[in-house]
Design a protein around this ligand. Structure first.
Ligand code: SF4
Length: 204
């Protein structure tokens, strides 16, 4: 496993990133956890920069509820055992038509530099992209019903891993609360719970 100092150095550089002029600061990063499980969110909302951690607000409450039910882990345990990355690490701002602005292609490209570095440092064996924007960084575009509940072998920039996509836990989405989403989500969380990385995290 990698030295904490390498991760700390990475996160310090990430916090200082100013590649995207339209993105709002501060950069939101998770803890320097040397985990083989990499969770990839989409982009922080407006509350996460104030609270200083990814998934700090309503979507996070649902996400941690999913993990509590499937893995039996508290929020603190999830944050200690899974490395939290994202497609973009800064709040993109509000969309004038409502909701948060979707990051632009160049911003996603800019921020993929950090994700690539995390693959190099952590060499994750299990990747959990959360929400469509995150999922499409690893898998071809497809309806959620065709990919949630399954595990895929991926190769991200030369790094092989298994990928279990999850829907976005946003309150605005009803997909995960209605069939077939509900059953497919349970299936996906069962796949995660049965992974060796999860069992190793508990015993280490
Ligand atoms: S979104 Fe990513 S690449 Fe863009 S400024 Fe924030 S940390 Fe840097």
């Amino acid at each position: 496993m990698i030295a904490d100092s390498a991760l700390q150095t990475h996160l310090a550089a990430l916090r200082a990133c100013e590649r995207c002029p339209q993105m709002q600061k501060p950069v939101v990063v998770g803890r320097a956890m040397a985990s083989r499980i990499l969770l990839v969110g989409q982009a922080p909302g407006d509350k996460e920069p104030q609270l200083g951690r990814p998934f700090a607000w309503t979507a996070g409450k649902t996400l941690f509820k999913w993990f509590a039910a499937s893995l039996g882990w508290s929020e603190a345990e999830v944050r200690e055992r899974i490395y939290f990355a994202a497609v973009c690490r800064c709040f993109p701002g509000k969309n004038p038509k409502g909701g948060d602005r979707v990051p632009a292609t160049d911003e996603i490209g800019n921020c993929s530099h950090w994700l690539k570095r995390e693959f190099e440092l952590l060499r994750p064996t299990l990747v959990l992209p959360v929400g469509k924007l995150a999922i499409t960084q690893f898998l071809p575009v497809a309806p959620l019903k065709d990919i949630i509940g399954q595990s895929f072998s991926i190769n991200y920039r030369g790094h092989r891993a298994d990928c279990v996509p999850l829907p976005h836990p946003s309150g605005a989405s009803t997909w995960h609360r209605m069939e077939p989403g509900k059953t497919l989500l349970e299936q996906a969380l069962r796949l995660v719970a049965n992974r060796p990385e999860v069992k190793i995290s508990v015993s280490s």
